[in-house]
Ligand binder design. Structure first.
Ligand code: CMX
Length: 133
């Protein structure tokens, strides 16, 4: 695994949260992108060298809606940049981690992604991200 690619923050109301994070980060989002397959709307900030993703549910069945219902708003996942997502998925599987999908999926911001179930990673939701070139 390479660097942390981004941190994901679950928010209830993107409009309200964008106002807040614009002030906090003293900048505006560089991108907003719906991910229909995941029932989420994503909003990206670049803060110095770091990337922050806000995630808003677009459907009550969305993982983000369930997360907020259970735990409230807050940090949802840590995403790591990987060179070869297939190789990293195989490595993690062989180490006993539970992956959410067998094949990488197309995620937001031009990435192939795969999540590691938080029950197998000490209660932390981990996302693998490989840039689509
Ligand atoms: N961090 C830590 N624990 C989490 C969690 C999170 N983000 N989300 C859920 N959990 C916990 C739940 O609290 C629950 O714990 P208990 O069993 O102790 O109550 C357990 O994990 C199971 O959660 P669940 O909601 O009942 O259901 P699932 O097992 O089906 O799914 C999860 C859990 C985390 C894998 C899934 O809901 C999820 O978040 N998937 C990722 C979806 C996502 O973020 N998509 C956006 C992609 C956008 C992009 O492209 O970047």
């Amino acid at each position: 695994m390479n660097k942390v690619e981004h941190l994901g923050i679950a928010v209830k109301d993107a409009t309200a949260s964008v106002k807040l994070f614009n002030k906090l980060f003293n900048t505006t989002p560089y991108k907003t992108e719906p991910v229909e397959s995941e029932h989420v709307n994503t909003i990206f900030y670049q803060v110095g060298p770091n990337k922050i993703e806000l995630l808003e549910a677009t459907h009550p069945d969305s993982a983000i809606a369930k997360f907020i219902e259970k735990k409230g708003e807050g940090i949802h996942h840590i995403a790591f940049d990987v060179e070869d997502i297939h190789a990293e998925m195989e490595r993690l599987k062989s180490e006993g981690f539970v992956l959410l999908n067998e094949q990488p999926k197309k995620g937001a911001d031009n990435k192939l992604i795969c999540f590691v179930h938080p029950k197998s990673s000490n209660g932390v939701l981990i996302e693998l991200c490989q840039e689509i070139k």
